[in-house]
Design a protein around this ligand. Sequence first.
Ligand SMILES: O=C(O)C(=O)C[C@H](O)[C@H](O)COP(=O)(O)O
Length: 309
Amino acid sequence: MAKVFASIGECMVELSGAGDGLYRRGFAGDTLNTAWGVRGLSPDDAVSVRYVSRVGTDALSDEMVRFAAAAGIDTAHVGRDPVRTVGLYMITLQGAERSFSYWRDAAAARRLAADRGALEAALADADMVYFSGITLAILPPEDRPTLFTALADARARGAVIAFDANVRLRLWPDADAARAGLSDGYRAATIALPTHPDERDLFGDRSPEATARRIAALGVPEVVVKDGADPATLFADGGLTSHPAERVDDAVDTTGAGDGFNAGYLAARLAGRSPVEAALLGHRVAARIIRSRGALIGLDALAAVAAGA
Ligand SMILES: O=C(O)C(=O)C[C@H](O)[C@H](O)COP(=O)(O)O
């Protein structure tokens, strides 16, 4: 039977520069990006990929759902909101380094945990559940316990719970709220996928090893700390190891590198490969993604990475 990978969060309309003031319209969002990557890296008969979210009932929402479904992502647990629609973000590049502007305050995804029964049904048979600090940040605080209860139930029946803090300070009321919310996210997880510079700025970690140790101390048995072009630091089986990133000389847009790393790491872990092998695949996916614009690369490109091409 195929394993079920369920990713919970928000997909937005993505605008990425195409030159001369023109923008290309795509669809992306951290948890969709990772779901997309796992889909492209995993055989269809081995892994079923499910997206758990909420969109509107307008034509743009329909198009977003069709886009994910056409990639082979199960969208049966993308709820519909009769009033709200989808959010939007725009990528600005300085060299290859990305920054984002958001129009997402009223997005339907903010209500993805409003229906406890629907959320529980979405996770009922999941072997691995993925969520992020962005998922937490967009929820009204009163809905977060619903998400944490559903995650705890999934964990109690043996599901792997994977979490990337994906720190976006703008989405939190202040740094204290971000620290508290993200620490709760880590406590819910069995695999953590943080990024060192983000964690350093928010929690004051002096090194990637310090990030790994702080998160492990919250009770997370497997932690992989990303650090851009620098090595990833892995805490697994009680020990710390370091894993160099692939060297890329022709990066054009770093958007989606972290999400792609997560996809490679989690696809490998779903396939029963070791944390060390998983980190290698994570690096290979990230290296491919930063060579093209926008957060996503094609499924054929992902299949080529999976095949080692
Ligand atoms: O910021 C958000 O809320 C988004 O979801 C937009 C982007 O698609 C991801 O953030 C990209 O993530 P990185 O892998 O960190 O570059």
